[in-house]
Design a protein around this ligand. Structure first.
Ligand code: SF4
Ligand code: SF4
Length: 376
């Protein structure tokens, strides 16, 4: 069969598995990889030492004999408001936090991994000659966004994410490296052009100044890194600008014009996890990961955290990390709370300040200091 027909067959197969986009890139070194080494050398990767894995520089060291990379994108956009629209104006008596859209439902690693495994199985049925495959979702020593760009899925925007003109950026990327020689999706064509133009909405909206310039993000200032990857205390000067974010941040995607009409047909697995009242202790209200109540999150024991977030991406921050973030967010929420709510927040923070976990106690003390400032 003609190689280009093979690639088209793969694309259709991926679509049947629910992937919004799919393309094939040659397993080559792309110029973006040089920029990545420079980014790391500037320390912008913070404590994410795994990003320095030397295999990232060469796909051949990840899968010897690799000839092609199949890149797939799976939508996680559910029809609920953006972070930039979701918070009520004025005083609140139920302060709420923000969890990144991608983390509302099931752990995407498992959901996409199962689909990529299925696609690999389909390849094995289709191609008789022996070949190897290796797939990754986010955790492998590969530069998914650069590969996606060279597979024709979109361009890397000023917010450093992969953008597609039709689909926006609310999607996960998964890649399959293979020793099969497949026709690249862009055979003879240039990768998709950069359509950011003069726009700089993401740069202006980033509350912590993490987008230091167009196309450059200092992860050490990014709320996603600070709330999920960072294990220690959050630098004090960033705690107030972080607002109510307790896990991840969507702001630079939520303001992007290409996400205004992004399709909202994510799998039910990515809809916000919720707990009906009857599954929680008596008198508890229904709880959800879409705009979760901060006081509820602050009340979780380590055991409850483990139980409630089984199979959820939230597990990555660990209990102490989530409570650190929640303490921070409660301090910031106090700024918009009425007197009665502020008193309740203060009582909750005083409990957190007694925590045996210094990380949690430190964030609660900082938040109490912020509330103190408010009443003085
Ligand atoms: S995710 Fe949030 S903090 Fe990070 S660069 Fe985007 S807007 Fe800034
Ligand atoms: S907000 Fe504007 S500049 Fe930023 S990624 Fe989107 S289109 Fe590009």
């Amino acid at each position: 069969m003609e190689k280009s027909l093979e690639s088209e067959w793969i694309r259709k197969r991926a679509r049947r598995l629910g992937f919004e986009l799919c393309g094939v890139a040659p397993a080559e070194k792309f110029p973006e990889l040089d920029g990545f080494a420079d980014w790391l050398a500037r320390g912008y990767g913070g404590e994410m030492r795994y990003l320095g894995d030397a295999r990232r520089a060469d796909l051949q060291s990840v899968l010897p004999g690799a000839k092609s990379v199949i890149v797939c994108a799976l939508n996680y956009n559910t029809p609920l408001p953006h972070s930039t629209q979701a918070f009520a104006e004025g005083a609140e008596n139920e302060p709420r936090g923000w969890i990144s859209r991608y983390a509302w439902g099931q752990d995407y690693h498992a959901v996409i991994g199962a689909k990529l495994e299925e696609l690999c199985g389909a390849l094995r049925e289709r191609f008789a000659a022996p070949f190897e495959t290796r797939w990754y979702v986010d955790t492998g020593p590969v530069h998914e966004r650069a590969l996606a760009h060279h597979a024709g899925l979109g361009w890397i925007g000023k917010n450093t994410l992969l953008l597609n003109e039709e689909v926006g950026s609310y999607f996960f990327l998964g890649v399959i490296l293979t020793t099969l020689e497949l026709a690249p999706s862009l055979e003879g064509e240039a990768p998709p052009p950069d359509l950011c133009g003069n726009c700089r909405l993401c740069l202006d909206a980033c509350p912590t100044g993490a987008l230091t310039e167009a196309y450059v993000m200092d992860a050490r200032r990014c709320i996603s890194y600070l709330t999920i990857e960072l294990r220690g205390a959050i630098p004090e000067e960033l705690r107030a600008p972080m607002g109510r974010h307790v896990f991840g941040c969507d702001i630079c995607q939520d303001v992007c014009p290409y996400n205004r009409r992004a399709p909202v047909d994510a799998l039910p697995a990515f809809a916000p996890r919720s707990w009906p009242k009857k599954s929680l202790p008596a008198a508890a209200p229904d709880e959800s990961l879409f705009l979760p109540r901060l006081e509820w999150l602050a009340s979780l024991s380590e055991e409850e955290f483990r139980e409630l977030f089984r199979g959820s991406p939230i597990r990555r921050s660990k209990w102490r990390g989530l409570l650190r973030n929640v303490g921070n967010a409660l301090g910031n929420a106090g700024a918009q709370a009425d007197e009665e709510t502020r008193a309740r927040i203060r009582a909750r923070l005083e409990m957190l300040a007694q925590s045996g976990e210094e990380l949690v106690a430190d964030s609660a003390r900082w938040a109490l200091g912020r509330l103190g400032d408010m009443s003085s």
